[in-house]
Design a protein around this ligand. Structure first.
Ligand code: NAP
Ligand code: GDP
Length: 352
């Protein structure tokens, strides 16, 4: 029997890596995506085949975490064995600008999906396993290293919403006996990371500065520390959680932490650039409340799931810099041929 997985947030960084992983394992993957006025499926286009072609193993369905009816309809249609709830307004700084929307999608959206799941399981009698995408941001002000027993001290509307989603998930597991796992994932990055997250913002800028396409990089707090891992490794942990005999919650992290300053230094020196000549502070990128230091203790995931990260910080930054240097070179070639590329979002909006 071919297993069926439903992924919300399939167009995101993790959605793309998870789809690749599951398709590789022989799953029929169904992704939920929001309608947009332009195509926003760049990250999964290489996995998508015309549904008229036999053997297509990624099917897309319109839906939105704000729309409970659509969630129910998609669940009924797909009849999944596993659901991965990755959909979210996932940017911490943006959550200060749109707190109500963030709560609606990240907290209430999870509740809507859990309600749909509860009824789907009760009426259909099928067993469904559910993964909830929790975040190290939930630990917030708690002292590192953070692990499953560390109390949450959220410091942003995003983090508060993710804490609510976490406890909804725990409650639905206990109240209705559903197979639900919370992954508490520390920051994970890749060349597919959104360009307003600090890693990608830095590696994009380093490549563009190297190619003479931009002169300055404006950043906020350089002292914050994060435990950065590779997204490809982290989706493996999501899958492993749903393959266990019992549902549980797990921290997923590398155990190593670096400052934003280390990140900038590593990325720029990879291209032979002196970051101090290019980086400037812009207060627009500071947050009203900051999370100073995240460093995860993933001993439980290592012991129970047999999971460990394959990529260290330096290798990850190198990979991203190499990718983004390639993008900058393409951009330069286009520029020379008379095509102008649009202004980069992170530099122009002030929310990245
Ligand atoms: P991402 O790249 O920002 O992707 C988020 C996905 O959610 C996108 O597919 C987005 O669709 C979708 N989405 C946004 N609003 C939605 C809505 N109203 N209804 C349905 N879908 C919606 O995030 P990611 O890095 O892949 O992260 C995946 C999940 O893990 C998120 O829940 C995030 O909060 C959580 N997480 C991430 C990290 C990390 O370091 N990456 C760490 C811990 C937890 P569009 O493409 O249409 O915008
Ligand atoms: P987060 O950990 O989910 O908030 O991931 P981000 O990549 O958005 O931010 C990581 C850290 O980098 C946070 O402590 C930010 O305050 C810090 N940071 C410093 N400058 C910037 C910036 O210009 N953009 C972003 N996104 N973060 C920045």
């Amino acid at each position: 029997m071919v297993k069926r997985a439903l992924i919300t947030g399939v167009t995101g960084q993790d959605g793309a890596y998870l789809t690749e992983l599951l398709v590789g394992k022989g799953y029929a993957v169904h992704g939920m995506l929001r309608r947009a006025s332009l195509f926003n499926t760049d990250r999964i286009d290489h996995l998508y085949h015309d549904p008229h072609v036999t053997g297509a193993n990624l099917t897309l369905h319109y839906g939105d975490l704000s729309d409970g009816t659509a969630l129910r309809r998609v669940l009924e249609k797909v009849q999944p064995d596993e659901v991965y709830n990755l959909g979210a307004q996932s940017h911490v700084k943006v959550s200060f600008e749109v707190p109500e929307y963030t709560a609606d999608i990240d907290a209430l959206g999870t509740l809507r999906l859990l309600e749909a799941l509860r009824d789907h399981v009760a009426h259909g009698g099928r067993k469904v396993r559910f993964y909830q995408a929790g975040s190290s941001e939930m630990f917030g002000a708690a002292k590192p290293p953070q692990h499953e027993k560390t109390p949450f001290e959220p410091r942003s509307p995003y983090a508060v919403s993710k804490v609510a989603a976490h406890w909804y998930a725990v409650n639905y597991r206990e109240a209705y006996g559903l197979f639900i796992c919370n992954g508490i994932l520390f920051n994970h990055e890749s060349p597919r990371r959104g360009e307003t997250f600090v890693t990608r913002k830095v590696t994009r800028a380093a490549g563009r500065i190297k190619e003479g396409l931009q002169g300055k990089l404006f950043l906020g707090n350089l002292e914050a520390r994060r435990d950065w891992g590779f997204a490809g490794d982290y989706v493996e942990a999501m899958w492993l959680m749903l393959q266990q005999d019992k549902p549980d919650d797990y921290v997923v992290a590398t155990g190593q932490s670096h400052s934003v300053r280390d990140l900038v230094e590593t990325a720029f020196s990879e291209l032979g650039l002196d970051w101090k000549k290019h980086v400037e502070l812009d207060a627009r990128y500071l947050r009203p409340t900051e999370v100073d230091a995240l460093q995860g203790d993933a001993s439980k995931a290592r012991k129970v799931l047999g999971w460990r990260p394959t990529m260290d910080f330096k290798t990850l930054v190198k990979l991203m810099v190499k990718h983004d240097l390639g993008l900058a070179q393409q951009e330069k070639t286009l520029h020379r041929a008379g095509y102008d590329s649009p202004a980069r979002g992170a530099a122009s909006t002030g929310v990245g």
